[in-house]
Design a protein around this ligand. Structure first.
Ligand code: NAP
Ligand code: ZN
Length: 351
């Protein structure tokens, strides 16, 4: 089969590979739509997860089941399915402890385009199909369905990590597709005021449509000054990090109220340390919590999040700014993601 792969750090291309084999509890899926992720860019061009050779990329997609193993109970060939980017081993001890994304070791629930070939092939393999697939709701747009692999669950995880409560003042740093979904999630969880921080005006109206109340352009003046001014020096209850780099933890600690929480879903691709400012962290006693997480993955979550789209609580369509038709365009979509033209939020390829 054909696949679009990372050949080595800094190099991508089309390759031929054997069709993946189906284990007893697994499924083989033919993609119906695919999307590249900012993480694919970190992986290929920044060496974010280290060297990989001839590894098919991609962890965002939906598809049609073509084969299942004998132990699979709830899916059969022909089913149209949603697939989660993180596919835990559900019988692992980590999953039993509630940290399925780390099943088999830290971050090891992230298998596609990390430990094995990803979705940008004519077929892809899904481990533990009953735990990691969900039936696609009737009539769901395939491109929109791809947002349930990663963008929706990751953005929503930022709001979960920060434990957004009714009426909270929440700041969201970065409103690419993940940050926009973090805004939508914080609004659904009842944030009272939602301050978004980014420099891309093309995302501002969409962020407002998802519930943002204030916009801060981080290139106009220091973010902490702008947010402290907006809040009359009170600061914010929660910070959701979905853009920028490790330097933002410093800003986040500065603007956070005592007892506040940071929910980070950003992939910190470089540098060795994160600096926490001592004084603003209450000299170690400020009750300012820092949580960062890989999104959880799994079927139940896919089913729940897809319900939000199915019943009109969440519309991901404004994020899909660039649409392609035809498998070969996965290459164009990935390069778009790398080059980030001003009008791009998320590209998607329908096969
Ligand atoms: P994206 O499209 O690059 O969006 C990030 C946004 O952050 C950009 O608009 C960027 O603006 C903005 N930004 C940069 N510096 C900033 C600053 N100092 N203050 C505020 N905003 C700033 O990325 P994405 O696709 O939404 O993904 C966001 C992150 O989530 C990535 O690191 C990705 O790898 C990660 N991710 C994590 C998981 C997980 O499971 N935890 C899953 C998927 C993705 P400019 O364009 O102007 O720089
Ligand atoms: Zn991703």
């Amino acid at each position: 089969m054909k696949g679009f792969a990372m050949l080595r750090i800094g190099e991508v291309g089309w390759i031929e590979k054997e069709r993946p084999k189906c284990g007893p509890a697994d499924a083989i899926v033919r993609p119906l739509a695919l999307a590249p992720c900012t993480s694919d860019i970190h992986t290929v061009w920044e060496g974010g997860i280290g060297e990989r050779f001839n590894m098919i990329l991609g962890h965002e997609g939906c598809g049609e089941v073509v084969e299942v193993g004998p132990l699979v109970k709830d899916f059969k060939p022909g089913d149209k399915v949603l697939v989660t980017a993180i596919t835990p081993d559900w019988n692992s001890l980590e999953a039993q402890a509630g940290y399925q994304m780390h099943s088999g070791g830290m971050l090891a629930g992230w298998k596609f385009s990390n430990f094995k070939d990803g979705m940008f092939g004519e077929y892809f393999h899904v481990n533990d199909a009953d735990g990691n697939l969900a039936l696609m709701p009737e009539g769901m747009d395939y491109g929109e369905a791809c947002m349930l692999s990663d963008m929706v669950p990751t953005g929503f995880h930022a709001a979960e990590l920060a434990d957004v409560q009714f009426g909270d003042v929440v700041a969201v740093f970065g409103i690419g597709p993940v940050g926009l979904m973090a805004v939508a999630a914080a609004a659904l969880k009842g944030a009272g005021r939602l301050i978004v921080v980014d420099s891309r005006p093309q995302c501002y109206d969409i962020a407002k449509a998802y519930g943002a109340t204030d916009i801060v352009d981080f290139k106009a003046a220091p973010t902490e000054d702008q947010i402290m001014e907006l809040t009359n020096n009170a600061g914010v209850d929660k910070v959701l990090l979905a853009g920028g780099d490790q330097r933002l933890f410093e800003t986040a600690i500065k603007i956070l109220k005592p007892g506040g929480r940071i929910g980070n879903v950003n992939y910190l691709g470089s540098g060795d340390y994160i600096q926490i400012p001592r004084v603003e962290w209450g000299a170690g006693m400020g009750h300012k919590n820092v949580l960062g997480g890989l999104m959880p993955g799994g079927r139940l979550r896919l089913e729940k999040l897809s319900r939000l789209m199915q019943f009109g609580k969440l519309d991901v369509s404004p994020m899909l700014t660039h649409k392609f038709t035809g498998f070969e365009h996965i290459e164009d979509a990935l390069y778009l993601m790398k080059d980030k033209p001003a009008d791009l939020i998320k590209p998607v390829v329908v096969l």
